[in-house]
Design a protein. Structure first.
Length: 148
């Protein structure tokens, strides 16, 4: 991991050893943090309705109830994990992405191509699963992944 100058001060005080880390006020245990899974991923879309159409109608996600947050958007279910679309003009990062697990990547790629989506399958890498990549209409980078 690259540690830039602004982070160096923090990392000189933090050192993970035996599932604890050192802080000026003493050692702190890391053992209590046990993730049960990813609850949701949030991404920005310039148009919430167009985003909903893509993720619901093209990728097959299901709409979930969403409280009024004061900004446009929607919440979607994708096999038990959620995708939250937030309406914003923020430009997506180039390397940031999320992966959607699929059972049959060949069928998923064929289905998306039939819907006019440009999808780029990549060579199988043992340990990474079978993968294909695409962008949503707003430039968000999406991986399709069929685990090994």
């Amino acid at each position: 991991m690259y540690i830039g100058p602004s982070q160096a001060c923090f990392w000189t005080r933090v050192c993970v050893v035996d599932n604890t880390y050192a802080r000026p006020e003493g050692r702190v245990s890391l053992a209590s943090m046990k993730p049960a899974g990813i609850h949701h991923v949030s991404i920005c879309v310039a148009d919430a309705e167009a985003g909903l159409a893509f993720y619901r109608d093209v990728l097959g996600m299901t709409v979930l109830p969403r409280p009024d947050l004061g900004i446009g958007g929607c919440w979607l279910d994708s096999g038990g994990q959620q995708l939250h679309l937030l309406e914003s003009d923020e430009v997506p990062g180039r390397s940031a992405h999320f992966a959607i697990r699929v059972d049959d990547i060949d069928a998923a790629v064929a289905d998306l191509k039939a819907k006019g989506v440009t999808v780029h399958p990549v060579e199988h890498m043992v340990g990474a699963g079978r993968q294909a990549f695409l962008h949503d209409p707003f430039g968000n980078f999406i991986e399709l992944n069929q685990p090994d």
